[in-house]
Write a protein that binds this ligand. Structure first.
Ligand SMILES: [Zn+2]
Length: 463
């Protein structure tokens, strides 16, 4: 006892100082709220939405807009009424807007008004920071100009619309610091028009869009070749920004950043959240903007300078996409509701809801991130502090690794020195952490990784 007594106050002192250090460093915490969201999406709700949308016969962008039973107009009004019901149930937490533009193009020669149905849940602390989830309401058959034939579009993309309405429902009862936007787009099949309508709307509103999750074809777990995988979802992300200038591309080519656009780091964020909160479900990150030679509504967002990814099922069945309803040589063609795996769709919905909740509660991703350390054995990382952050984490990974491997909590500061971490050998990034342990995505240094909106493509091309 005599020997140990003098040690006791010292041990307490050490423990106390460790505790205060840990507190100051604001480590990410496991969040019961996010665990609850993992099982919140209802298969019944998802099925009801897809059933209703398929029931409108066709939702072709050029189809009837006046009937209440058939066509894109009826489908739009139905989505609006669903949002209104959710808004009513949460005491008016959602605003519904319907931005529209008229387009003429190869697939819309007579000009068409393309209207999006958008529910907005304003953020409590930081309403200009915006997290977006989209899917497209319009559908098609074999001939993209066929505006009258039945085009159920159960998977492409009533599944995405069902997911975003259900995400809006499960998130409607929760607080969010940043604004959440749930948008059923139109005009996708005629030329990604609805994505442009919403991206333009976001710019006009001065939204700082931190993330756009485009859910297109998310309800089928059986591939055309018979492979069944109900535990994986693909997330496509561009490697370098759509609108970097030649000068920025030169810098990035030499210093790195070709696999660290903000969209790519959003994909990593989804991947990590799936690991942490969705047992038996994982993200397959694909280092591409979209599937080979194909596109989606995330593209107009990327062109507008916003981070965006495409979320899509792991294995597609092409006999169900863009097909006239028919049977040929024993094969049934067409995008009907019997192709939907509702349990799978609920998991994809949960991944979106968890990610939106996490982003909206975390501080903004830090900006002004820079690194230095050439000809030195240490690396110095700088960033600008962001509102709502209680601390920051510096991350690094092997230059060939897909996911961030090492992280250090560094407290509420605007720079740190990583001792004996040589700048040449790693990629670096910084995240912000709130007092209650929500972490932002990791931001790679410089223009290549910044989440801030980059200039419009026209400006980019001029440089
Ligand atoms: Zn689609």
């Amino acid at each position: 006892m005599l020997r140990t007594l003098p040690w006791l106050p010292l041990a307490l002192l050490i423990a106390a100082s460790m505790a205060s250090t840990l507190h100051a460093q604001a480590a990410p915490q496991e969040q019961p709220t996010l665990h609850a969201l993992a099982t919140a999406p209802s298969q019944t709700e998802l099925r009801a939405t897809i059933t209703a949308l398929v029931g409108f016969g066709t939702r072709h962008t050029l189809s009837d807009t006046t009937s209440n039973k058939r066509g894109i107009g009826a489908a739009r009004r139905w989505v609006q009424s669903r949002f209104a019901t959710i808004a009513h149930d949460c005491g008016g937490c959602l605003e519904v807007v319907t931005p529209a533009q008229t387009f003429t193009g190869k697939r819309a020669p007579q000009s068409v008004e393309v209207m999006d149905v958008v529910a907005i849940k304003r953020g409590k602390r930081d309403p200009q920071r915006v997290i977006v989830m989209t899917g497209h309401l319009d559908s098609r058959v074999t001939d993209v100009m066929d505006r009258t034939s039945d085009a159920p579009g159960a998977n492409d993309d009533a599944s995405g619309v069902a997911a975003l309405i259900e995400a809006a429902r499960v998130l409607s009862t929760q607080d969010n610091d940043a604004t959440l936007v749930f948008a059923a787009l139109s005009g996708e099949e005629q030329g990604l028009y609805g994505g442009k309508v919403l991206a333009d709307y976001a710019v006009a509103q001065g939204w700082q869009v931190e993330a756009e999750f485009n859910n297109d074809i998310v309800g089928n777990s059986r591939g055309q070749n018979g492979v069944i995988d109900n535990t994986t979802v693909r997330v496509f992300s561009e490697g370098t920004k759509s609108n970097e200038t030649l000068k920025q591309a030169d810098y990035r080519r030499y210093h790195g950043g070709e696999v660290d656009s903000p969209s790519r780091n959003l994909a990593r964020y989804l991947d990590r959240l799936a690991n942490d909160y969705l047992p038996d479900f994982k993200v397959h990150m694909i280092y591409r903007t979209d599937r080979f030679g194909r596109g989606g509504d995330q593209v107009p967002f990327l062109q507008a300078g916003f981070p965006a990814v495409r979320v899509t099922e792991a294995h597609e069945d092409y006999t169900r996409q863009h097909q006239d309803l028919r049977t040929e040589q024993g094969i049934r063609y067409g995008d009907t509701i019997d192709g939907i795996d509702f349990r799978y769709l609920a998991r994809v919905t949960a991944l979106n809801a968890i990610t939106m909740a996490a982003l909206s509660r975390a501080p903004a991703p830090p900006n002004g991130v820079t690194i230095e350390g050439a000809l030195a054995t240490d690396t110095t990382v700088h960033w600008n502090r962001v509102p709502g952050a209680a601390g920051y984490r510096v991350h690094w990974r092997d230059t060939t690794a897909a996911q961030w491997q090492h992280a250090r909590a560094v407290g509420d500061v605007d720079h740190t020195v990583l001792k004996n971490v040589v700048i040449d050998d790693w990629f670096f990034g910084v995240s912000a952490v709130s007092a209650d342990g929500y972490e932002s995505p990791v931001v790679f240094p410089g223009f290549a990784g910044s989440f801030e909106r980059s200039p419009a493509p026209a400006t980019a091309a001029a440089d």
